[in-house]
Write a protein that binds this ligand. Structure first.
Ligand code: SIN
Ligand code: CO
Length: 385
């Protein structure tokens, strides 16, 4: 079974990170519907990242970082990579680093705790450091988010208010008036889930680090535009424009109705079906973000040595790799893989679990995985994995 429904609620285990709710019950009662506060949901959250590592990442050219500060009513936003002096200073400020799961296996493991939500929806883990009084101001997000406190204390004020007017002329999205309905002081390990559009403001009560597990929420416009780009390369409309019934004109610059009608009829022949939509989604949703680059292995093993090592240690997807499957198709980092039917189950399993044990790697699977190893999309698992 790949999809669980509310009928499965009693047969799925309670999850500590959801306060004892099962994944099925959470999806039915909270996901995209209402907030959930869970004290001590992720007791080991502090181990995901410390201040030193966060500051290192904030200076890293491949990390996406923002520094937000507020003096009175004046908000400033600086984009990374940051310089060391931007990571100190008096007063309230905060630094936010996106995609720390691409750098830190512990952050990837945190993301995977939410793997009861399809990978097509998962986005990344962001970490924010804030000094006392720091935060990103009152706002709402267009996506679902699990806010997990890693260090220090942050006070979240949240509201389901309908009025979401924004302050004009600000460098970031700030609501004019957040009327808090609930307040939570989140300490290390506490989790607050917020559905899209729910107003919130988190203010650090002391130096604190918060982790946000965020989800993808492309706009309808973006989905449609990307699909049409994808479709453009797959349209098959043979022939040339022809107009044997064209009439002579005294206004040659005019776009005539006959032309419009013929082209409109031609465009009616553009068709797509669910299989094409599935293929588009596989490509599009497994496409890494533009800043993501993969490192080919130094001193790459030959195919036979790779097979032997894969059989000994197993294979793990790179932290940046996006791998999805649908039916007989497997997509890896924006490409559809040519998959032998006999290997389909093993590849789907690798996509779901992001790891395959050595004893499950046979020669054929090793051959299939070898090009992905050479491209840096997967690695030999470290002994002990
Ligand atoms: C933060 O960590 O400061 C911001 C997270 C959020 O409000 O979504
Ligand atoms: Co937010």
């Amino acid at each position: 079974m790949t999809t669980l429904t509310p009928a499965d609620a009693t047969s799925t285990p309670p999850l500590a990170c959801l306060g004892g709710l099962s994944a099925v019950a959470f999806m039915a009662s909270h996901w995209q519907k209402k907030p959930l506060f869970v004290p001590a949901a992720v007791p080991d959250a502090a181990g995901v990242i410390d201040r030193e590592t966060l500051f290192e990442l904030a200076q890293h050219p491949d990390a996406q970082t923002r520094r937000i500060a507020c003096k009175g009513d004046d908000w400033t936003v600086d984009h990374g990579p940051l310089r060391p002096r931007q990571l100190s200073g008096k007063g309230p400020w905060t630094v936010l680093v996106q995609g720390i799961n691409h750098f830190l296996p512990g952050a990837d493991a945190l993301l995977r705790r939410f793997a009861f939500i399809p990978y097509t929806r998962l986005d990344d883990v962001m970490a924010s450091f804030a000094t006392a009084g720091g935060g990103v101001g009152p706002h709402y997000d267009s996506y679902d988010v699990f806010l997990i406190q890693a260090h220090g204390t942050r006070r979240w004020q949240i509201s389901g208010q309908a009025d979401r007017a924004l302050r004009p002329g600000q460098p970031l999205k700030l609501m004019t008036d957040l009327r808090a309905e609930q307040s939570f002081d989140c300490r290390p390990g506490d989790l607050l889930y917020l559905p899209p559009g729910y107003a919130h403001e988190g203010v650090a009560l002391d130096d604190c680090i918060t982790l946000s597990v965020g989800f993808r929420a492309p706009t309808h416009q973006e989905l449609a535009r990307e699909f049409l780009f994808w479709l453009a390369d797959r349209i098959d409309l043979p022939g040339f424009y022809a107009d044997p019934d064209l009439n002579a004109t005294t206004s040659p610059a005019r776009v005539d109705e006959g032309l419009i009608g013929r082209v409109a009829a031609l465009l009616q022949n553009i068709r797509w079906d669910d299989a094409m939509v599935a293929a588009f989604l596989g490509h599009y949703l497994s496409e890494p973000k533009p800043h993501v680059l993969f490192d080919a292995p130094d001193d790459a093993l030959g195919a036979a040595a790779f097979a032997r090592a894969a059989q000994r240690h197993g294979v793990a997807l790179d932290l940046q790799t996006l791998m999805l499957h649908h039916g007989e198709q497997v997509y890896c980092n924006g490409e559809a893989l040519m998959v032998e039917p006999a290997l389909l189950a093993a590849l789907c399993d690798l996509a779901d679990r992001r790891f395959v044990e050595g004893e499950r790697v046979d020669r054929a699977l090793a051959e299939q995985l070898y090009p992905l190893y050479l491209a840096g999309h997967l690695h030999l698992a470290r002994p002990g994995n």
